[in-house]
Design a protein around this ligand. Sequence first.
Ligand SMILES: [Zn+2]
Length: 307
Amino acid sequence: MRTLKLLLLLLLALPAVAFAQGKLNVVATTEDLGSLAREIGGDKVSVTSLARGYQDPHFVDPKPSFILAVSRADVLIVVGRELEIGWLPPLLTSSRNSKIQLGGPGYLDASLNVKILELPTGEITRAMGDVHPLGNPHYWLEPGNGRRIAQAIRDKLSQLSSGNASYFAQRYSDFDTRLAAGEKRWDATMAPYKGTKLVTFHRSWPNFMERWGLDVIGYVEPKPGIPPTPQHTIEVIGEMKRQGAKLIIVEPYFDLKTPQAIANQVGGKVLVLAPSVGGAKEVTDYTQLFEYDVNQLAAALKQVTGK
Ligand SMILES: [Zn+2]
């Protein structure tokens, strides 16, 4: 009986302990958003990322641990633009956590203040087989957008934990400085390859390619989310031959068979890049994502262009 009483007291005290530490529980749907939340939140937050960086973020198998994490979250950061539409809504419902529901004080849609490309015009229907109905949701793959996401995280954390606002502001400022130094390096590395034509598997890279002036002339997928077809593959081979494109970028979660067959036909090369933090073992945070991708891409472009 005595033990039971003690146990009950301990259980009652747990939320108070968590509160006394003052850490906000942040859940991010992807490792990119999780990395940015750590940059800004430092030791005032505890961050959990749901999807792994080597998984296709459109199609994630929710684990039971996801529900637990979301149920305890003070803040939920989502990519938005329906990237998580296939797996996040049931988690939100099961979590029974009112703070982080759509419109709740802890809900942060990271897509609201960033530059979104490929915004659709006209009527949108699922029959188009498109997993990008509200514009391209892979917008984090550009440092300028990363900076805007970091600002939104800073503002949200400061709202919820106003006593730490100057701490978050300082962390943002440090991150901004490091990112700007990175951008100088990445711009210099990519400069020789402006205008180079290439193909990507999925439409993951419009913001990235626009930033560094690369020209994506086709996709291995006939439409976003639709696997390659023989007819479309023949068209891609023809287009690459006509335009002299030699490089095919593939995300780590796609089968290399079709891209490799295309590369063989055009005398080109396949390159797997990391579309997210955690997408390659070297990519442990948001700035490393560009350090890795830019260096890998420049090395491959050097090979195929001879520049
Ligand atoms: Zn996509």
